[in-house]
Design a binder for this molecule. Structure first.
Ligand SMILES: [Ca+2]
Ligand SMILES: [Ca+2]
Ligand SMILES: [Ca+2]
Length: 301
């Protein structure tokens, strides 16, 4: 640990002394990320965000007109999932909380709001969507939503924790369930923890979700401003995520949770030389894969 820390210090000072020349930073970053951790993202560029605690509950209607949202610190504009380059449409997220709920909002600039899928747990990632991942120690939750307010949810356990953590003995997490599947990521198949077991039948208890469209959906004769998403996730529904490390629900001030905020869309920048992957995130992963909790934004309560 000490040698890693001193390496980090030396490398950070190098970056400071030589300036943040992009090429140099990428070279140093990739050599560090390969040698000190096995993840494709750079550990020191992962954003940290302080989530404010609010005094009165929000109305979950998709409209982000509450003073709490208007005063909330927003994320930086989402950038490319793989390269971290700026996206050509603006996407922001914010996180608030109180004793009952974690609240998440998205502001999505989109000139033509479109959606097709209306069935719960349909492959929402095939539409234009925004996504939220919340990591626990033994697994993580995946949530996706489209402009129709249709959602997709999966709970994943790392294979290394599934039995050890006692999840395999819980009736709702029987891997023989037809909606349970072994999963090895999307574009990053060499995660050091290996396989996960995913439960597509899982529904987040008490989740509230809403969408508001600033324009018209599936009518491309006009120009839309975009859409907003408002979520309330009760802490009481996170017991399974908190089980691995016994973390406090609601969190204690100062607790840090790893969460990922992303947008997948058909509005790729197709101009020559563009590296736009069509996946845009708060915290870039360096790979075409959301399923890397080590690369998630640090949300501090
Ligand atoms: Ca609202
Ligand atoms: Ca589900
Ligand atoms: Ca429209």
């Amino acid at each position: 640990m000490i040698s890693l820390c001193s390496r980090l210090l030396v490398l950070t000072s190098c970056l400071f002394l030589f300036g943040f020349d992009n090429h140099r930073q990428q070279t140093l970053t990739s050599s560090l990320s390969q040698s000190s951790n096995e993840f494709p993202c750079s550990q020191w560029t992962i954003p940290s965000y302080k989530s404010e605690r609010i005094a009165s509950p929000l109305v979950i209607d998709g409209k982000l007109n509450e003073a709490a949202w208007q005063n909330a610190t927003k994320s930086t504009a989402f950038s490319d999932l793989i390269k971290g380059t700026p996206a050509h449409l603006d996407t922001r997220a914010a996180v608030l909380w109180d004793d009952q709920y974690l609240y998440v909002a998205y502001w999505i600039e989109e000139p033509n709001v479109e959606a097709t899928l209306k069935e719960r747990d349909a492959p929402i990632y095939q539409n234009n969507d925004v996504e939220l991942f919340i990591a626990g120690k033994d697994g993580y939750y995946e949530f996706e939503i489209n402009g129709y307010n249709t959602i997709y949810e999966v709970l994943f356990f790392w294979r290394d924790a599934y039995q050890r953590g006692g999840y395999s003995k819980m009736p709702e997490f029987n891997e023989k369930d037809p909606l349970a599947k072994t999963f090895n990521g999307v574009g990053y198949k060499t995660h050091p923890r290996g396989l996960r077991v995913g439960f597509w039948s899982w529904d987040f208890p008490g989740l509230k979700h809403a969408v508001d469209i600033q324009g018209t959906i599936n009518n491309n004769k006009d120009l839309d401003r975009g859409w907003t998403v408002e979520l309330a996730l009760p802490w009481s529904g996170m017991k399974i995520l908190a089980k691995g490390d016994g973390r406090s629900l609601p969190p204690k001030p100062g607790d840090v949770w790893k969460m990922d905020f992303s947008r997948f869309n058909t509005y790729k920048d197709k101009s020559p030389g563009s590296v736009d992957s069509g996946g845009w995130v708060w915290s870039p992963h360096g790979a075409w894969d959301s399923h890397i909790p080590e690369c998630f934004t640090n949300v501090i309560f």
